[in-house]
Design a protein around this ligand. Structure first.
Ligand SMILES: [Zn+2]
Length: 146
């Protein structure tokens, strides 16, 4: 009976059926609500800034510390040194600016453009572009890379 109804439906009616099927699907971004982009735990000391939770941020992003350092070097235009899991940044950088940069890193490289999940890894880097692969939905895409 159901098959007969679909066959008899006009294109517009068929689209309505598809629409209502999609609307009943759970929202993927809501499903992932417990994921939070980590916040910078930073302190300015003299002419330097310490990012004390640098290792945890790299861990949450599941990215190599070097990858995150390269990004921050370019973004902040600062010299960075890794010191026992903390990042020593030349110059004074306020927490607000650091948080913006970290957020941008997650949005560009970590959170999947297709399904909004953070379960991605960098597969390869070639000619200034990184191939990001999502383990949750299988999406693959290129992003401009530092
Ligand atoms: Zn995905």
């Amino acid at each position: 009976m159901i098959i007969a109804v679909i066959f008899l439906a006009t294109d517009a009616e068929y689209e309505k059926l598809i629409d209502s099927a999609f609307k009943s699907m759970p929202n993927l971004s809501e499903e992932n609500i417990d994921f939070r982009i980590p916040e910078a735990d930073s302190i300015v000391q003299g002419s330097k800034t310490l990012l004390r939770n640098f290792s945890q941020i790299a861990e949450v992003a599941r990215r190599d510390k070097k990858e995150l350092m390269n990004y921050l070097t370019k973004e902040l235009g600062a010299h960075l040194i890794l010191d026992e899991g903390r990042l020593v940044i030349s110059g004074k950088v306020n927490a607000e600016e650091l948080n913006l940069k970290i957020k941008k890193f997650f949005e560009m490289y970590v959170i999947c453009k297709e399904c909004n999940k953070p379960d991605t890894h960098t597969e390869s880097v070639e000619r200034g572009f990184a191939t990001i692969v999502c383990e949750a939905c299988g999406a693959r895409y290129s992003v401009k890379y530092y």
